[in-house]
Design a protein around this ligand. Structure first.
Ligand code: ARG
Length: 437
């Protein structure tokens, strides 16, 4: 027999199974899990926002530089001149070429503010808009912009020769940017100071469409007769002057009886004013609708904003070819003899040549040189009652021009009976003689 260390088999011990407490949801654990879940959701949201939504902010800069390979022209001093328009579009196109190609997609757009004479060249003042993460600093972005620009001066074949030492860039806030842009007409902005894209929207009347955004047609006004409500549309052409149709004042020519509202709804209006003066064209004829144009002056001026803005008046030389896309807007009825709409509506129509519009089966010679037809030969889309006096506008590189004033038509949206508008270019000198604009 051998003696060794005394060994007991495990089996000899009484097996006591301590019952594990299955209290999963004890307070500490609960707290930990909650924190973990919240953290995961937080991180996930952060990632999504960073890559998808991204907390971007608009940054604005005023750039000034000299271009040496062009000569200053007298008409550059007039913003609505063809020379100013063509030159500024060329500069704006060049800017987007420089910044879009740089690849980071941060550039939004640019707007030439002024073209000034400079010894042997032209000095350009231009607003540049960018969107960068709100965490970026204006100074850092400024450095980036300068780098991109200088780089492209070195490497790119640009149509204009920018004199590098003359280039200055100043960060400006949205208020300053607004003020600078307000020196220009026909610009639309959303409430967040982002430029509105060229209108994607379409029809009203039969097949109509409400305007989606505040500020989409910031020059649109509603002319209301005290006690009788909306009568006509009108377009803001300066901070005090409205352009409208003469026939709107057939019922009442007393300015004290009228009020004007701005904004995309009649009630509530964004801005409201009294009228101080009404000027009806001396040769307006109610029987023929000839010279259906009038000016109305606000009793007190309006401040330009995203919701109130003036439209550009076209140079008298500007001619739109037939089938040009134009937009008409108004609070008028959507069917012949229907009610006024509280919400502004818009329609895309196309210009129609006077030759076609005067055909026997169309308006049979009723269209004079002061009128412009727009719509479609098979009808369906048109202005209607209550739209009178309102704007027909043309989009030229995101700058909007008033080309027509809603004047008359046989019923609404009928085939071969397009809308007839007052041809604004024809009255450019008349407007200038009365307002100085
Ligand atoms: N004369 C009408 C008015 O006083 C508007 C005429 C527009 N009609 C048309 N079919 N485009 O409101």
């Amino acid at each position: 027999m051998m003696y060794g260390p005394v060994e007991f088999s495990e089996a000899d011990y009484p097996q006591v199974e301590y019952q594990r407490k299955q209290q999963f949801w004890d307070p500490i654990r609960l707290a930990l899990y909650t924190v973990a879940i919240v953290a995961i959701i937080g991180i996930a949201t952060g990632i999504v926002t960073h890559f998808v939504v991204e907390d971007d902010k608009s940054f604005y800069y005023l750039a000034s530089f000299k271009v040496t390979n062009i000569k200053y022209k007298e008409n550059y001093g007039m913003r609505t001149s063809r020379e100013f328009m063509e030159r500024s579009h060329q500069i704006e196109r060049m800017m987007s070429r420089i910044f879009r190609r740089s690849g980071d997609g941060r550039f939004i757009k640019s707007h030439v503010i002024k073209l000034r004479p400079d010894e042997n060249g032209v000095n350009i003042l231009i607003v540049l808009m960018f969107r960068y993460p709100s965490t970026d600093s204006a100074e850092r972005i400024k450095k980036k912009i300068e780098r991109i620009l200088y780089q492209s001066l070195k490497t790119k074949q640009l149509p204009l020769t920018i004199n590098k030492p003359s280039f200055t860039l100043t960060s400006i806030d949205s208020k300053k940017m607004q003020n600078l842009l307000n020196s220009r007409c026909g610009i639309r902005m959303t409430s967040s100071y982002m430029p509105l894209p060229a209108s994607s929207s379409t029809e009203r009347i039969v097949q109509g469409m409400e305007t989606a955004m505040e500020g989409e047609w910031p020059w649109q006004a509603s002319l209301q007769l005290k006690g009788a409500g909306h009568q006509c549309g009108a377009s803001l052409i300066s901070n005090t002057w409205l352009l409208t149709a003469a026939h709107c004042f057939r019922k009442n020519k007393d300015p004290s009886q009228w009020i004007v509202t701005f904004g995309t709804t009649i009630t509530p209006p964004a801005v409201q004013r009294n009228l101080g003066k009404i000027i009806i064209h001396e040769n307006y004829h109610r029987e023929t609708n000839d010279n259906d144009i009038a000016l109305a002056q606000l009793a007190t001026q309006v401040e330009f904003s995203n919701t109130v803005q003036r439209v550009c008046l076209p140079d008298s030389s500007i001619k739109l070819p037939p089938k040009t896309s134009v937009f008409v807007t108004g609070f008028g009825s959507t069917v012949d003899d229907g009610p006024t709409q509280n919400r502004l509506r818009q329609a895309r129509v196309e210009t129609i040549s006077t030759a076609v519009c005067n055909r026997k089966d169309v308006y049979d010679g009723l269209i004079t040189s002061g009128m412009l037809c727009a719509g479609f030969m098979d009808g369906k889309v048109d202005a209607c009652k209550g739209d009178s006096g309102g704007p027909l506008v043309y989009d030229n590189h995101d700058i909007w021009y008033l080309v027509g004033i809603v004047s008359w038509g046989q019923s609404c949206a009928l085939p071969k009976k397009p809308g007839v508008y007052t041809r604004v270019t024809q009255y450019r000198d008349w407007i200038a003689s009365k307002t100085g604009i």
